[in-house]
Design a protein around this ligand. Sequence first.
Ligand SMILES: Nc1ncnc2c1ncn2[C@@H]1O[C@H](COP(=O)(O)OP(=O)(O)OP(=O)(O)O)[C@@H](O)[C@H]1O
Ligand SMILES: [Mg+2]
Length: 266
Amino acid sequence: MGKTIGLISIKGGVGKTTLSVALAVDLANNYGKKVLLIDTNYSAPNLGIHMDIISPRKTIHDVLSGSKLSAAIHEKYGVDVIPGDFLYKREFSPLKLKAKLNHVKKKYDFIILDASPSLNDEVLSTILASDKLFVVTTADYPTLSCSMKAAKLARQRSRPIDGIILNRLKGRYEVSLEEIQESTGIPVVARVKDDKIVAMSLFERIPATLFAKNTAFSKEINKLSAALVGEKERRPLLDKLLFIDLRKEEVNREVLRENFYKRVFR
Ligand SMILES: Nc1ncnc2c1ncn2[C@@H]1O[C@H](COP(=O)(O)OP(=O)(O)OP(=O)(O)O)[C@@H](O)[C@H]1O
Ligand SMILES: [Mg+2]
């Protein structure tokens, strides 16, 4: 049975879509996993652009208003993708997502949900349909305060957050990992740098993890994927030779891998 992973945030523009796409493509292409990637940002969907699906036949909006889920699947970059529809006019029910996914979960190793930043039924739809949740945030106080709201909402719905993904790190004037973990009580499981390769890859409409595999961005996503599939992450030889301690997020990924593996595959 596959696991559904939701990437959420309350603040917009923190990188949910970028990271959902990168993670889905990495799990499929570098770990051979069967992945379904869905745009659950119903008001402002743009996952299709990232995945170079510009005029989808059917979308998640059609699925949530009665169409068969299989009719909305588009194969791209080794992943099954269900994009959204910017211009959808008819009624649809976001909270039916979980029931829709129950029918297909056994066909996939992972279902990745790219959430909406709005504090309403849209993000609730993602939270309720997910087995695992990650909050995507940047490391500044205004965004972190929103991230804590997202974590609270998830907790209230008995869906605790499994990890924080820090994105767009620039290395200066940022809240430290320690402070973030202490104030949220949630482990940071990835630290993704701000990388110009992301804008370049989006311009070409090729996911960043395929566009440039050897960047710090792609390597960090690959390490998160490793934890999700239950594999130990590869450390640079020099780190091992010099007995360099694991960084905090690496330790957290070890714990994530242990727990994820036990709960998912046992
Ligand atoms: N690690 C990164 N390095 C550089 N640019 C990034 C990175 N992550 C995301 N971006 C850029 O930040 C912008 C917002 O990213 P994205 O659309 O993924 O955010 P989002 O959280 O999905 O936004 P929304 O809430 O509106 O759906 C995009 O221009 C994207 O290219
Ligand atoms: Mg988005």
